[in-house]
Design a binder for this molecule. Structure first.
Ligand code: ADP
Ligand code: ASP
Ligand code: MG
Length: 471
């Protein structure tokens, strides 16, 4: 059996939904899959804006945006559903969700405060809408499918905005609720990204979390495959939006994929790999617009990893934009112990995740997400020594398992980048990535230079594929 996850653009409009349904039906011929969906593309962003508007009592703005969300789904129903009875039922459900969304807006407006808990409630509507329409469209075409509210299965802690599942409980629920439906050949259509606390409060797993949901279900169901259907031909040598020559990677290891996701490749949510590793389930990243393109297989299967399609020194280049560098310089560091603990304690107290670090005897440089930057943080850091900040920078990381065993890689990277102004350099402790920081304005040059350096001689090697869209 398989879990099939479709991302926002793969269910974003009527033709995308039809295409995704065709893929589900093709899979159903083998065994009924569990279908995990994102919200239609752009909808979660709109819901975030609605929540923010409601929180600052911009009622008209919030209601107007909610009207757009409602219209998007009503239009979808109009295009996809022709049967009168089904359409009536579906329109009633859409109206019901829309009404609840509007009630939530008014509630937050009256209270005058947006909590993380209510923000999750807002964000949950996107997946509820998309799955409702999708399941109905499958039924309309005569397929055996059932809509499931994932909040009866995905039970999480109450860390709103970044909830984590309670593993044993979820596994039990998956096997008692989802498994019997799949076993009788019925496709289950459910929401990624959202869950519920034990006492029924809606939670979310963090932005982009539908990949994580799918991987968790794959592990709980002990599936043969986790399929992530998206808008590119698998994991690529770089974000194709940055480098048009990017190629799709045929085979990757779990560690390469995890590292890449953590270092900024948006194609996979960073937590996706762990559940797959736990049960050794291959993850396939595939393009719903080019379903017959090979895409990427992420696996630790020795047979795959010794084949012709696995190889290459660098597997991919990841970029994280909107970062800032914080440099702390202090003579107190020299020969003292406990300095780092105190320094990182500050970041921990502010709940800020430090991305890249580089140290010398008397200074520490680190990068944090621009969004987590605050003047209070800097004020506190000034208690440690001289602090300076560089805004508008990006981290660029070169990732590949084979970097571990190879000599001269750093020489090749920094030789190729001799004309780029590097603000900071760091090698990951895993030894499978080398990272550096550049000004945002230099990202495009740095990345295409590296891409040329490491991938141009591998054309036709079978390790990478030209994406179907650009053949
Ligand atoms: P989905 O909605 O299907 O989850 P996302 O937008 O979250 O899709 O992720 C797919 C996008 O990730 C691609 O359109 C691409 O621009 C971006 N991306 C970033 N890095 C990579 C990479 N190394 N390989 C493929 N895509 C990447
Ligand atoms: N819809 C959610 C988001 O946009 C989750 C996802 O798409 O994975 O973040
Ligand atoms: Mg995504």
């Amino acid at each position: 059996m398989a879990v099939m996850k479709f991302g926002g653009t793969s269910v974003g409009n009527a033709s995308a939904m039809r295409q995704a349904i065709a893929l589900v039906v093709r899979q159903q011929e083998k065994a009924a899959p569990l279908v995990v969906l994102s919200a239609c593309s752009g909808i979660t962003n709109k819901l975030v804006s609605i929540a923010d508007a409601a929180g600052r009592s911009a009622l008209d703005e919030a209601m107007a945006l909610a009207g757009q969300v409602r219209k998007h789904h009503l239009d979808l129903v109009d295009e996809l559903i022709k049967g009168e009875a089904l359409k009536k039922e579906l329109l009633a459900t859409i109206e019901q969700f829309s009404l609840r969304l509007e009630m939530l807006i008014k509630g937050v407006d009256i209270v005058g405060e947006l909590t993380e808990r209510s923000r999750d409630m807002f964000c949950s509507f996107g997946e509820l809408f998309s799955t409702t329409v999708f399941a109905a469209a499958m039924k309309e075409q005569g397929h055996d499918a059932e809509w499931l509210d994932v909040r009866t299965v995905m039970i999480t802690d109450d860390n709103f905005g970044f909830a984590r599942p309670i593993d044993e409980l979820c596994e039990e629920n998956t096997l008692s609720i989802i498994w019997p439906i799949l076993k009788r050949g019925t496709v289950v259509v459910t929401q990624g990204y959202i869950g519920s606390t034990k006492d029924g409060r809606t939670t979310t797993l963090g932005r982009g979390g539908s990949d994580f949901s799918a991987a968790l279900f794959g592990a709980w169901l002990n599936d043969d495959a986790i399929q992530i259907w998206t808008d590119v031909d698998g994991v690529m040598t770089c974000d194709p939006r940055l480098v048009p020559e990017a190629r799709s990677i045929r085979v990757m290891t779990f560690s390469e994929a995890a590292e890449l996701a953590y270092l900024g490749a948006k194609v996979l949510h960073p937590d996706t790999i762990a559940p797959a590793v736990q049960k050794n389930i291959p993850v396939y990243v595939l393009n719903s617009w080019h379903p017959d393109a090979k895409g990427t297989i992420i696996t630790n299967d020795p047979a795959r990893l010794s084949g012709k399609s696995y190889g290459g020194l660098v597997k991919s280049i990841a970029v994280k934009k909107e970062q800032c560098i914080i440099n702390v310089r202090s003579n107190r560091m020299l020969g003292r112990h406990g300095f780092m603990t105190e320094l990182f304690g500050v970041f921990s107290r502010y709940g800020i995740s430090v991305e890249m670090i580089s140290t010398s005897e008397v200074s520490v440089s680190l990068t944090v997400d621009e969004k987590s930057f605050s003047n209070e943080l800097i004020l506190e850091l000034k208690g440690f020594g001289e602090v300076d900040i560089e805004h508008h920078v990006a981290t660029v990381s070169v990732v590949g398992d084979n970097l571990r065993m190879s000599r001269g890689v750093a020489g090749r990277i920094f030789g190729a980048l001799k004309d780029v102004n590097l603000r900071m350099i760091s090698q990951g402790a895993s030894e499978i990535n080398v990272g550096f920081v550049v000004e945002e304005s230099e990202v495009a040059t740095a990345v295409s230079t590296l891409h040329r350096e490491f991938f141009s001689d591998l054309e036709g090697s079978g390790i990478f594929e030209v994406p179907a869209g650009s053949r």
